[in-house]
Design a protein around this ligand. Structure first.
Ligand code: 13P
Length: 275
């Protein structure tokens, strides 16, 4: 008998715990007055439900014009809802009419910034390089880019689900420092606003592939701690099925994030997860 056979097995590392993130992307909805009313109601609803924000983080992504009002409310009432922006300029300052810089957003206590949403890739011609530069601008200013990736219906047919998201993430990472904190949102373009979400199995398959990219490019620690969200027709009836998947750690919600009760139920998914 050799020594190895008599040695006790080395202790297994405990499974990595990632705090789930439920994020509401309001897109171009709600003026600043509607935004204040919404966030107040959301906070009441989650308070009634005794929501544990340490267990499930909740973030809202209002339009730029609402950010100052929402920030003031969150700070005055000490509400633990995180604030996010929907876009950022890749530039620090200067003659960029219409752009908003990362440092301006940081001053508003913005924690997250969505970059590379398909509505900007498609509608505003943003390519992988622009997305990477925006992610870098967010990270350099001390915020966390939420990097959106996802395939179109044609991509899905031609390349399968994971190839394009993997390519988009790989391209974005080339612009980011090795230790930059990021969140990834897998949003199949065909599932956004269509009422036809990806199956949990497909979302998990892509989530696993994206985590493998992180593992190859950034190592185990980054791969294990980075949160990967699912987005695309997310709702309270389906969120639990995504959250059961080992490589999915939250949701980036569009339409359903505009209804207080529905978004609150999504944030409380732990109450409707059955293992
Ligand atoms: P829907 O939830 O409306 O499909 O939108 C998803 C999305 O684009 C979130 O960024």
């Amino acid at each position: 008998m050799n020594d190895a056979a008599t040695q006790p097995a080395p202790p297994q590392a405990p499974p990595v715990k990632r705090t789930p993130l439920i994020a509401g992307n309001w897109k171009m909805n709600f003026d600043h007055l509607q935004a204040i009313a919404f966030v107040q109601k959301l906070a009441w609803s989650l308070k009634d439900a005794q929501h544990n924000y340490g267990e499930v983080e909740v973030a809202v992504f209002p339009p730029f014009t609402d950010l100052r009002s929402v920030q003031t409310l969150l700070s005055a009432d000490k509400l633990p809802v995180a604030l996010g922006a929907q876009d950022v300029s890749p530039h620090e300052s200067g003659a960029y009419t219409g752009d908003v810089s990362a440092s301006m957003l940081k001053k508003l206590d913005t924690r997250y910034i969505i970059v590379g949403h398909s509505e900007r890739r498609g509608g505003h011609g943003e390519n992988d390089e622009t997305v990477g530069l925006k992610a870098r601008a967010a990270a350099n200013a001390g915020m966390v880019p939420v990097i959106c990736v996802g395939e179109t219906a044609a991509d899905l047919e031609e390349h399968g689900a994971a190839a394009i998201p993997v390519q988009q993430l790989t391209a974005a990472l080339t612009h980011l420092a090795a230790d930059a904190e990021i969140v990834i949102a897998y949003e199949p373009v065909w599932a956004i606003g269509s009422g036809d979400p990806a199956t949990p199995e497909q979302a998990e398959e892509v989530g696993r592939a994206l985590r493998e990219v992180l593992r190859a490019e950034r190592g185990d620690a980054v791969a294990d701690r980075t949160r990967i969200l699912y987005g695309g027709s997310g709702a309270s009836q389906n969120v639990a099925s995504y959250m059961k998947q080992p490589n999915l750690d939250g949701a980036l919600v569009g339409g359903a994030s505009l209804k207080v009760d529905e978004f609150s139920r999504i944030a409380q998914f732990t109450k409707h997860v059955t293992v």
